[in-house]
Write a protein that binds this ligand. Structure first.
Ligand SMILES: C[S@@+](CC[C@H](N)C(=O)[O-])C[C@H]1O[C@@H](n2cnc3c(N)ncnc32)[C@H](O)[C@@H]1O
Length: 166
């Protein structure tokens, strides 16, 4: 009975996918595997405690890099600002349209910075205060305590700064 059910579900999936061109089929079925490189420590224990954007606050937090990735921090002290890229692990991945504090009508998640989105990646440009071994102290974060960190990139004004009125 169970096998019958599994086969029928598989049959329906194959039926749906079989007409896709190979490239599209691969794209739609490929999983991208990310490995956290560390963990964000912040004073925010719940989503409700955190500010909407770290750039708007002065809060200090730390970023603990797992030992096997610490070598990758070499020379990071030379940077004034670092962009943290993290996985908003408590976000709703089914969200595509959502209300915002700034807009009376709900907006599409790709046009706003909502944590809820299909791939809940958060980014934040933070001020690098200090590095002690595998721990960075940064100013201006909005991730709750325990948020998995997936990457760090330096903020480089000549690459990242744009002039606009937004
Ligand atoms: C609007 S998002 C902005 C995130 C990032 N600065 C960005 O623009 O991609 C910040 C909000 O996400 C929520 N949040 C923080 N950490 C989270 C986590 N680990 N999982 C889900 N939601 C989180 C908090 O409610 C916080 O106010």
């Amino acid at each position: 009975m169970k096998i019958h059910l599994i086969l029928s579900v598989l049959g329906r999936i194959v039926e749906k996918l079989k007409d896709l061109p190979l490239g599209e089929f691969i794209m739609k079925t490929t999983e991208i595997i990310l490995k956290p490189i560390g963990i964000i420590r912040s004073p925010y224990k719940t989503k409700g405690d955190a500010p909407r954007q770290g750039r708007l606050v002065q809060t200090l937090g730390t970023v603990e890099i797992f030992p096997e990735f610490t070598e990758g921090l070499k020379d990071i002290e030379k940077r004034k600002h670092v962009i943290l890229i993290y996985w908003l692990h408590q976000a709703n991945r089914g969200t595509l349209i959502t209300p915002t504090p700034d807009s009376p009508t709900p907006r599409g998640v790709f046009s706003i910075r909502s944590p809820g989105r299909p791939n809940p990646i958060g980014i934040c440009t933070t001020e690098l205060i200090e590095r002690k071994g595998n721990v960075l102290t940064v100013r201006g974060i909005d991730a709750i305590d325990g948020t998995p960190l997936i990457d760090i990139k330096p903020y480089i004004p000549k690459l990242d700064k744009v002039s606009c009125d937004d």
